[in-house]
Each structure stands twice: as C-alpha cells, then as structure tokens.
Design a protein around this ligand. Structure first.
Ligand code: PEP
Ligand code: MN
Length: 311
C-alpha cells in the first residue's frame, strides 16, 4: 500500500488534488497503514486484541512442583486466563538461579493439565526453540532478547504465538521493527508487552512507559499487554499500575504471583501473593466495563484437562 488512488472528483466537479503517497515505516507489516484493523490473537478459549482483557499470571521462575502447581491453581481460581513461569531465566549474574530448563517445562505442562489454562514461557536461545515449542502455548521473548534478530528469525517460523517484550533501551519504532522480524518471516501471531524501560529514575526497577501503549496502538494493529511487575519491581505498585494499564487501553497484563513471595528464587519483591492477586482480579473485573472491556467469567472450579495441544 505504497500509494493511494488520486482523487478524481465526481462528474462535473473540479478534480481533487491527489493525496501524497503514504511512506511506509520500516515495520511495514506491523503498521496500521498495511493492516488498519486490530489483530486479534486466539489463545485457546481466549482472544487478545479484542474486547477481552486477558491476564497472564504465575511465578517469575518455575522452582518446584508444589510451588508451580499451587500458584497455578491459585491464579486460575482468581480468574487468570494464562499461566506464566520461566524455565529458562535470563539473570544478570551467572551465579543466580538460571531455571530448571526441561524439568521446569514439564512442571508447566502439569500446571496446564491441572488448570486447563494455556502456558507462556520464555525461550532464550534459538537452539532451545524446538524444545520450548513442544511444551508452551505461547513463546516469550524477554526484554534482553528483544533485538536478538537470529532468535526472532527462528521464531518467525514457529506456529506458536509469540509474546515479545520491549527491550530495556528500545524506542517504540525499534520495538515494532523487532515485531516485524516475526511477521516478515511468516508468524502473524505476535503480542507485544510493555515492561518498562531503563531511564535515570531509580525509585522503580524500570520506568513503565504507559504512553507506549498509545503510541503502539496508533502505529500498529498488534495487541499490547503491560507487565507492571518487572516495570516497577515492587509488589505494592502492581495493582495501581494494572488499573492504569486497563485505563490506557492495554489488551491485558502479565503479572508475577508466587505462593510464598518471601521464598521466591527470583523476583520475590515484585510478586503478588495469591490473595493480593485475587483482590486485583476482582477489582479489574468491576472496572473493565467502564473502559469498554470485559474480563471473561471466573473459573468454573472444575478440574478440566487442557485441550490445547503440547505435551
Ligand atoms: C520475565 O517475564 O520472566 C522476564 C525476565 O521479564 P523481562 O524479560 O521483561 O525482564
Ligand atoms: Mn521475573
């Protein structure tokens, strides 16, 4: 869609001036110029990018069966739609807990069986894509890999949806160019995640750029969710920032929840307790209609096996 048809006025009227051709941005398939309608990504029973406000929740890292299954059950009962948990962890220090790798993926698969909810988990390296893809319903690209172009090219050939986090130092245009790598290679199921950027401010772990939701939605048709946990680094900031994300027009949230945050091997300070998460979900469900959104019905409390594929 490089040019627009020149305006030929109705019969008898003077010819209209031709509108100048619209120059496509470097993220051409992600741009609204080539795809004016919002993209809606189907996630099992849920759809992200439409009227539904989708919440992904779970621990930062998969640590052990009781921790993962207990937290997964708690977030499901609170009304979460997707379970999160990292099995491959991008840690600043090589001495910090690095994740349980395939053992962790197996625990996530058990959490899916227990709850019936889909799972999102990070893949850090191209060589792990086949493995992670065989377990996950959504593959996460973390902030530190947001411009790992060889990983993005590999994931562009995946049939699973990709949750792409904004890089710590990336502009909105660079973020959309990263998404473009996925679209250009053939994967149209891309969900963007604003998770805060690095600024001079030190009172929060990162600076949550809520305006980016508006800037992205103006430029792109892709859905955007917000991660207030990594953005703030503080559990007591998570609920207010979540409400702000709903109000600004985000399509959902990713929230860290741990059954015992004080014992978490990673990011305990920003993790909500199951009780705090339940309160937040009830609050969001009340607020959502005021912003033209709905939060799908609370769970049926029945044990159901997932029918979403994967191991
Ligand atoms: C995460 O979601 O587990 C994570 C490490 O987040 P980020 O890549 O945004 O730092
Ligand atoms: Mn974390």
């Amino acid at each position: 869609m490089e040019t627009q048809a020149s305006g030929q006025g109705p019969a008898g009227s003077p010819p209209q001036a031709a509108s100048p051709p619209k120059k496509l941005p470097p993220y051409r398939q992600a741009s609204r110029l080539t795809h004016p309608e919002d993209s809606v990504i189907k996630l099992g029973a849920h759809a992200i990018g439409g009227p539904e406000f989708v919440v992904m929740a779970g621990p930062c890292s998969v640590e052990a069966d009781p921790q993962m299954l207990g937290t997964a059950w708690d977030v499901k009962m609170a009304g979460a739609h997707i379970i999160r948990g990292g099995a491959f962890k991008p840690r600043s220090s090589p001495y910090s807990f690095q994740g349980l790798a395939e053992e962790g993926l197996k625990m996530l698969a058990k959490a899916r069986e227990l709850t019936g909810l889909g799972i999102v988990t990070e893949v850090m390296d191209s060589s792990d894509v086949d493995l992670v893809e065989s377990y996950a319903d959504i593959l996460q690209v973390g902030a530190r890999n947001s411009q790992n172009f060889s990983l993005l090219k590999r994931l562009s050939r995946s049939r699973k949806p990709i949750l792409l986090k904004r890089g710590l130092m990336n502009t909105v245009e660079e973020f959309l160019c990263s998404a473009e790598y996925l679209l250009a290679g053939g994967n149209e199921s891309v969900i963007l995640c604003e998770r805060g950027i690095r600024t001079f401010e030190t009172s929060t772990r990162n600076t949550l750029d809520l305006s980016s939701v508006l800037a992205i939605k103006e430029r792109s048709h892709l859905p955007v969710i917000v991660d207030p946990s990594h953005a703030s680094g503080k559990a007591h900031y998570v609920a207010p920032l979540s409400r702000a994300a709903l109000a600004v027009g985000a399509d959902g949230l990713m929230i860290e929840v741990h059954c015992a945050p004080e014992l978490a091997l990673c990011d305990g300070d920003e993790s909500l307790t199951p009780d705090a998460f339940r309160t937040l979900m009830a609050d969001l469900a009340c607020l959502a209609p005021s912003f033209g959104r709905q939060i799908s019905t609370l769970p049926d409390h029945g044990l159901k096996l997932a029918d979403q594929g994967g191991k």
